[in-house]
Design a protein around this ligand. Sequence first.
Ligand code: CA
Ligand code: CA
Length: 407
Amino acid sequence: MKRIKLSLFISFIVSLTYMACNDTELGPLVNDGIAPAPVTNVTFKAMPGGVELKYDLPADKDLLYVKAEYSIGEGRTLEEKSSKYVDTLVVAGFSEIKEYEVKLYAVDEGENVSEPTVIKVTPDAAPVNTIMEDLEFFADFGGVTVKWENPTEAEVAIIISAVDSLGEMKDMETFYSNKLVDKFTLRGQKNVPNEFSVRVRDKWENFSAVSTQELTPLLETKLDKGLFQFHKLLYDCQPDRWGQAVENMWNDIISNNNYSATDFPDKDPYCHMPNHFTIDLGDRYQLNRWRMNPLTNGAANPNLIELWGIDTDDIEAANTTVINTDENWEENMIEHGWIKLSHSDFRNNDPAVFHQERAKVRDIDVDDAPNKPAVRYVRVRVMETWAKHPYIWHMTELTFWGAPAAE
Ligand SMILES: [Ca+2]
Ligand SMILES: [Ca+2]
């Protein structure tokens, strides 16, 4: 055993030595001591925050690469290299649309460097500035949301600052992205007016201008279910089958024995899927999210569900004029002033997860919540259930969160 180990060890050492010798032998040995001729006929094509240079390479046989040296301001000098097999080189990191100087050098295998070829270039607008032009930020629940477009998919940092408890503007969070469209939310902010500012930085430490706004983050509260009332409108289904009350959906009792369910069409003609029902919230709220508690043992839990809302003093006049199953239902809702707050598709045909999925509590975000208006009424539309029954669904509880609307 010992002998085997020893011989393994020896062969390990031998191979290491062999590798080390090989490395040395493969190193560059050619150095003619003669610098290459400079690159010639340099032209450039402007790019966002940079330029692509094109040139003729010198004819030197030992040419290895072309190097660009340039300053992007504030003492920052950058270097880029391009192999002898191509005749272009990209330099980037410029933050302004103005003339910059780039020096190009041809370098050979012995690291002999040519005389510089100097070219003046003007880049297009830098991504940090382009992003900032259309960037928007606004009050969100518990904070501030920043949204932007990044057409060149540049790697950038979005920095959001706020006035802290000492009254000083301080960086709160930095978000990194290279997505075409992106957003993020600074959370944990108090429901009081405060100054928030946003700026964009790139990997060369270029900063955009700063944009500042006074914003009041929205306070999220759980809606008072004591104010809720079922409001039956024409074409609404009345979910009170099996002797269960509609109000079971907002009594804070979460149980398989306390639910609401839809009825057969001979009892309620408006319960064919997709069907809907309307709740008067009793007050006006800007909704942020809602929760549906299904039955834990139920195949008739919804898996395709929408929430709509409206703020009106005349809900009868705002009702849809087409039946719930009409293919123009959605247009008709919009024509009557309703706003779609969320559309959730939980469908999953994988038998391995089917039973867990259908019993899941569903927390649903209102789409683009901070930009949605306050609503007094909501309409829940059930479009499909796990059992795909043509009219039966059930659920035990609904809960809503949002901000009370300003008077
Ligand atoms: Ca040479
Ligand atoms: Ca309940």
